[in-house]
Design a protein around this ligand. Sequence first.
Ligand SMILES: *Cc1c(COP(=O)(O)O)cnc(C)c1O
Length: 495
Amino acid sequence: MAKVTYKSTRGAQTQVAASKAIIQGIAEDGGLFVPSHIPKIDLPLESLINLSYHEMAYYVMKDLLSDFSEDELKTCINCAYNHKFDTPEMVDIVKKGEVHFLELFHGPTLAFKDMALSILPYLMTTSMRKQGITDEVVILTATSGDTGKAALEGFADVNGTRIIVFYPKNGVSSIQEKQMVTQKGENTSVVSIEGNFDDAQSGVKRIFREPSFNEKLNEKGLRLSSANSINIGRLIPQIIYYFYGYAQMVKTGEIKVGETINISVPTGNFGNILAAFYAKQMGLPVHHFICASNDNKVLTDFFATREYNKNRDFKLTISPSMDILISSNLERLVYEVVSGDTLETNKLMQTLEEEGTYTVPEHELLQDFYGYCATEKETMMDIKEFYRDNGYIMDTHTAVGYSCYKKYKQETEDERPVLLASTASPYKFGEAVLSALGEKVGKKDEAQIERLNELSKITIPDGIKRALVDEACHDYHCHKDQMDNMVGKILGIFQ
Ligand SMILES: *Cc1c(COP(=O)(O)O)cnc(C)c1O
């Protein structure tokens, strides 16, 4: 089989090596990089069962990052997945009730974003070395709360990089904001914007596409890149844990090798679930994907009607990391659904930009996806009942994934085991979680954390303790239309 290279979903950029796609982040034509083909994992399923997380990481990524040497890739893996995680194998698989929770929140910032953002800086700096680039890379990131902190943590004080994070001022939890504004590291900047996450993301995408702005940067020896899940360096490491989770289910005797499972993923930008889809293409025995949304149920409607329509009110919910109306990574699925027709993908994305909507043709791939949504009330109720019945506290995002799984099971009567991507620690969304549990502890983060600790009996993670005591050291703020000026100011381009 030929080596994997990367091309744009919109067709106007020639194929590039993985390292180049990682540095660039987004293709020149505004499209997303997709693999030329998705390679089957290079080991029989039975042999995956006893791999450590590090070994699994290597086998999952080696053919996708085909221009990385074995040594380079293993070094990246070892630098990323270490004591920063509070569990020896990076993720835990916890069975409660009938659900296998794939706990992805054991990294430094307590959300699944750490799984990819702890390795991306190493993939990025290795890529630069491989491409002979001596420019400093400026990571621009829009965040609905979790990406920002995970990216800051990942890139802080990494040589040859700077990072600027934009977050919606009123769109993140109190702990999330504290985690970000207390970030250490000479090369880090954090900016709140007046606007929502989509505004932040669109603003970042616009900056990437401003030629004169980028020229000015280049003159200063700077170049932009992205840590959002549009970057394949972010997406690929997310495939690892689906294989690992499956392997653990076999190991503990919950399933037999080759048996199919369902995977439920609380979804926002469609990155995490897309990684699960790639895992299936690589040979993981998955039956259906449950695409779980909150009240911003644009994806639920999409899978029901094949029409994507972002023309609707944006709702702030208790699962803010999923408050998204433009799920960027869906473009990669759309590309598959139109059988790799880049002209067609381009046209659909143009329609999205101009009219806020597009409709895709039928394709059997779509039948693997079941979109459901959970209301705020259902989410809260499930947190409460699940705790009552199983003594386990789900965070608000994970709970959306659980509620949607219940709906799926009720509707389809599919009894297959389910792996639920548990995307954040309940400590990160304490206020909403406690209120779901019927606890009244007031607004203070400290009191909430203490109470959660009593109820869950889970040690308070270091990342939370630090966010509470560290001094805030970032206070930039700007309007959503002024983001480019802000970047210029931070980088010293506009005085
Ligand atoms: C980012 C995030 C999601 C959504 O993941 P996508 O890859 O954007 O679909 C869900 N839950 C949490 C806690 C997150 O941080």
